[in-house]
Design a protein around this ligand. Sequence first.
Ligand code: NPW
Ligand code: K
Length: 502
Amino acid sequence: MISAYPGTAVRAAEQPLLDAGAGPELMQKAAYGLYRAAAGLLLRRRGRIYGSKTVVLAGAGNNGGDALYAASRLLARGSSSTAVLTAEDVHSAALAAFRGRGGKVLTLTEENTGTVLALCRSSDLVLDGILGTGGKGGLRAPAAGLAVLEPARLRRGQAPAVVACDLPSGISADTGAAPGAFLRADLTVTFGAPKTGLMAGPGAEAAGQIECVDIGLSTHLEAPGIQRLEAADIAGLLTVPAPGDHKYSRGVLGIAAGSAAYPGAAVLATGAALATGVGMVRFLGPEPVRRLINLQHPEAVCAESAVAQTHVQAWVAGPGAGQDEDQRQRAVDAMASGLPAVIDADAISAVVSSLGPQVILTPHAGELTALLTNLGKSTDRAAVEADPLSHVRRAADLTGATVLLKGWATLVAAPGGPVYSQAEATPWLATAGSGDTLSGILGALLATDSAGPGGPGHYARLAAAAASIHGRAGALSALEGPVEASRLPAAIRRVLAGFLQS
Ligand SMILES: NC(=O)C1=CN([C@@H]2O[C@H](COP(=O)(O)OP(=O)(O)OC[C@H]3O[C@@H](n4cnc5c(N)ncnc54)[C@H](OP(=O)(O)O)[C@@H]3O)[C@@H](O)[C@H]2O)[C@@H](O)CC1
Ligand SMILES: [K+]
């Protein structure tokens, strides 16, 4: 499990060490970790550090100090380096060390921004030390002009690797929001602990890979703001059939999905649930959809019954339900049943407050906007996308349900906390039907969940596990070309087989 902390909490944890005079030592530890990561990246990209070209973007604070000290170490290994100062005063000792190793220095202005961008683009590595946890708001002029710099991962062909020092400059270390211009990185080397701002919203996308350097703060940190499940955590949440199990004891999932207008969503949700592993799927829906389900998935037991007459351990309701009134009623009944229930897509508009954490809502940003607005907290999609962490927390607290907000980093908030973030997905997963498969995976995990409610955040952990399995399946599928939702079940099986063998 990876635990992330708000920038403010990391600063508070640093304070006793700073008071004890350990500031310079902490900075050297941070700079050494940054240097190691940057050197590793250079070695992977060009085989050696000697002869490489680096640019350090250095702002007014200690973040710039870290970056300058790290670049000094690269200079000692034969890299040529230019420091671009984005503030009048930068960390004087770090700048002196950088100059002492033969580094060149220039000051960024509006006039030379184009030249600096060209310098960055012709280099092998850019170290972003403009702003760290002391940053307020987005990048200011003239540094804001550097925000167009694209990291290597977003450019085909020659481009420098961009390494962010502690966090991408311009991103809120607490929320991941981007109040203005910000820089994107290929790798963020973060100090003491990952910041929550690296795991949510624009910050999660801007950070690229995340590497954490231990500078000895862990004993001073309290409750994390966001957690991320790793493979071992997910493997521990999966229930495998035991000798003596039968289809009912393994867990039956009820799926109320699809409509005459959108029959495919039901097929995708059912296929993903079967690939994740359940004792049985009981499918409820109108006749054309039932026929399609039975053609594609003969093992599913189909009926047109009501929720109350259907014996299952968990529900999925909503994918492809469209305006079908019977499906909407089933979603309402599933939410009221007390059983774990995934409520997706059109069914989210039937959500009321006073739900329990066993109800898991799975909106995208647009659906979350509509949900919050329906609940009297009017907002717009741009605000949700700019700061998804605050909005997903608000939705969980208002509804009492667990809320999974789909995105680059999928966020899952349990009412009152905790929050999980999973970022295994590939942009190729942004395709029709992808969300239906996520519902199916999560439904299967809920139906077969042998651990039961198990304390606060249990359902959020299962939802985070489903997001991770879905993301990994998408990434695996993308290795063979553009992702089609109907091919995801095969990839889901391979991902789960990997978890179960490890
Ligand atoms: N503390 C430690 O021991 C350790 C800290 N470490 C490192 O230090 C970093 C935190 O350092 P920090 O506190 O100096 O803050 P940092 O973000 O570098 O700069 C703040 C400066 O920028 C200015 N400024 C603010 N917003 C701005 C904006 N939008 N645009 C332009 N300027 C802006 C602000 O001035 P202000 O406007 O507030 O007057 C102030 O002058 C942390 O992320 C980690 O990298 C590690 O070495 C481990 C040990
Ligand atoms: K930075």
